[in-house]
Design a binder for this molecule. Structure first.
Ligand code: SF4
Length: 342
């Protein structure tokens, strides 16, 4: 991991200042320059002594990612950013605007090990974890460019955040910090493919972060086919962990369901979903599949309406997410980029 103050928590930043022979408040000031004012040039840190500034510069780089490409979806709703890390690896983030919120979808890993059958990122394989600083840098760079304030952050880009748990939570704590970006904890969502022990661990974090589970099937047979993680943590164990999360935190959770033609969009799937999710306080988010060149197909409008109709008796809310950004491959499950330099 590249050594950088961007990987430091608020408390560690103060300790760093003390260890370097400066007052703790210097650490607090640096934290604000980095995560409130998005400064990466130490000469702009006017309230910080020159000797401290040279110490900061010597410690390690403050810019951890460069924006290589910025594509707008044309609909005004979605922008995709391609970043290059200092070691040449590439990750992507997506900014999604809706009437009520501006959401940044960040990556937590370069590539992903989970190998979900419908996902483009899976084709990259797992390359490496991102550091907390690299996760935060996606937010810092996009917020510097954007006129609107990013109100929500979702860990739904490249990677399984629960496979990079410590760095992802560390980044979320900085995003939430009152001296930093101040994004409300309930506006920060972790999305997992279903790593059961980590769902239980997440339930015990003393923060209000939200949880989404990428479900995508109502039977083990179909989920095994779509998501290899199901062979390790089958539906029964996953749903037990979901119940445990709700009971422990007293918070609802969201299940994501990528709807794939002739795979999981039948009336029987809808009926089984209603049965499985009935005991769990939750919301179901249906996302029609975005074709990526894989063999799976997007259901047509008639199929989508029929599936939603079949769910009309559900006791939980059902929402339809029509992912923006399909034209720029920024939609759910489409993030992919060749590694720029090995
Ligand atoms: S859907 Fe998520 S967990 Fe599955 S391979 Fe893609 S990035 Fe990884």
């Amino acid at each position: 991991m590249v050594r950088s103050l961007k990987n430091h928590s608020y408390e560690e930043m103060q300790q760093w200042a003390v260890d370097a022979g400066f007052a703790p408040y210097t650490g607090r000031q640096i934290f604000e320059w980095l995560f409130r004012h998005f400064t990466e040039d130490t000469s702009e840190m006017l309230n910080i002594k020159k000797e401290v500034r040279s110490h900061i510069a010597e410690y390690g780089p403050l810019r951890l990612l460069d924006i290589l490409e910025h594509e707008s979806g044309g609909d005004g709703g979605t922008d995709k950013f391609l970043f290059q890390c200092l070691d040449g690896k590439a990750v992507e983030s997506v900014l999604i605007r809706s009437q009520k919120r501006v959401t940044l979808c960040v990556s937590s890993q370069v590539g992903c090990a989970m190998n979900c059958a419908f996902c483009r990122t899976a084709d990259m394989g797992f390359i490496r974890d991102l550091s907390a600083g690299e996760i935060l840098e996606q937010y810092v760079q996009v917020q510097r460019l954007s006129e609107e304030k990013i109100s929500n952050v979702v860990f739904m880009g490249m990677g399984e955040p629960f496979n990079n748990f410590e760095q992802s939570v560390r980044a979320a704590l900085v995003l939430n910090h009152e001296k930093g970006p101040q994004i409300a904890a309930r506006h920060i969502t972790f999305s997992t493919s279903g790593i059961v022990p980590k769902i239980r661990e997440f339930a015990h974090l003393p923060y209000q972060f939200k949880l989404a589970i990428s479900l995508n099937a109502a039977t083990n047979r179909i989920r095994d086919l779509l998501m290899p993680v199901n062979r390790r943590y089958p539906l029964e164990e996953l749903l037990d962990a979901a119940k445990y999360y709700v009971q422990t935190t007293n918070r609802h959770l969201t299940f994501e369901y990528v709807l794939i033609k002739d795979v999981n969009n039948g009336d029987k799937d809808a009926a089984e979903l209603m049965r499985l999710l009935r005991p769990i306080p939750c919301k179901l988010n249906v996302i029609p599949f975005n074709e990526t060149g894989a063999s799976y197909r997007r259901p047509d409008e008639k199929d989508i309406s029929r599936f939603l109709g079949a769910l009309s008796a559900a006791v939980f809310p059902v929402t339809l997410r029509l992912s923006g950004g399909r034209g720029i491959n920024a939609a759910c499950g489409q993030l992919y980029h060749e590694v720029l330099r090995k």
